[in-house]
Design a protein around this ligand. Structure first.
Ligand SMILES: [Fe+2]
Ligand SMILES: [Fe+2]
Length: 209
């Protein structure tokens, strides 16, 4: 899995486990946005069928995740509701755009930001799996959620790698792989700062809160 600049603190797991309903609602929105993002990226690769197919696969997989979270919401009597403000992703995109050098590729940043979001989701799903496994409650709901997140974290790690590979390919005409990896290292630091800042807030029961 792609490295992250700062690990999630233990308080996030505690808050998430204490409010699984809120986590699930937020998670549903994350999957919906991930599917929409993969679909919209296809337009950028319309002349490259293998890449378009790989993105279509991601979109299908994210839609499947979304649908499965919706089923979990339904069983708990929860509504999806309106999408919450996503400060995490918005900040990451805003800072990336504000510090993009003149002429640098927008698509490379878009892919790298996508990769970091996938990496953070993956890390948090892993923490949820460990937290649910250690929970004194051994309800079938907990077991089901644990298995669900264990499956999803492998998929999100795969998406993360694909986005980094695509960014490296897309930069061939630009700064090359070395430039992409250097940009990724910088964005990783920005992402870590955002996560640490959000951790001081009150809305921890979110996938990227
Ligand atoms: Fe997903
Ligand atoms: Fe994903």
């Amino acid at each position: 899995m792609l490295g992250l600049g700062a690990p999630t603190d233990d308080a996030w797991v505690t808050a998430a486990l204490a409010n699984l309903n809120a986590v699930l609602v937020d998670h549903a929105h994350c999957e919906m946005k991930a599917a929409a993002n993969a679909l919209s990226l296809i337009a950028r690769y319309s002349m490259r069928p293998p890449v378009a197919r790989a993105l279509a696969d991601i979109a299908r997989e994210e839609s499947d995740h979304f649908e499965r979270v919706l089923v979990l919401l339904g069983r708990r009597g929860l509504a999806l509701g309106a999408p919450p403000v996503d400060s995490y992703a918005a900040e990451l995109r805003r800072i990336a755009a504000a510090h993009r050098r003149k002429g640098a590729s927008h698509i490379v940043d878009r892919l790298l930001v996508g990769a970091l979001i996938e990496a953070r989701s993956c890390e948090r799903f892993k923490l949820l799996v460990a937290g649910l496994a250690a929970s004194p409650s051994s309800s079938s709901e907990h077991t089901e959620l644990r298995d669900f997140y264990a499956e999803l974290l492998a998929a999100e790690a795969r998406h993360c790698r694909l986005f980094v590979d695509l960014a490296c390919e897309s930069a061939e005409q630009d700064s090359g792989e070395a430039g992409v990896l250097s940009r990724l290292a910088w964005l990783r630091g920005i992402e870590a700062d955002i996560v640490v800042r959000l951790a001081r807030g009150n809305s921890r029961a979110r996938i990227h809160g």
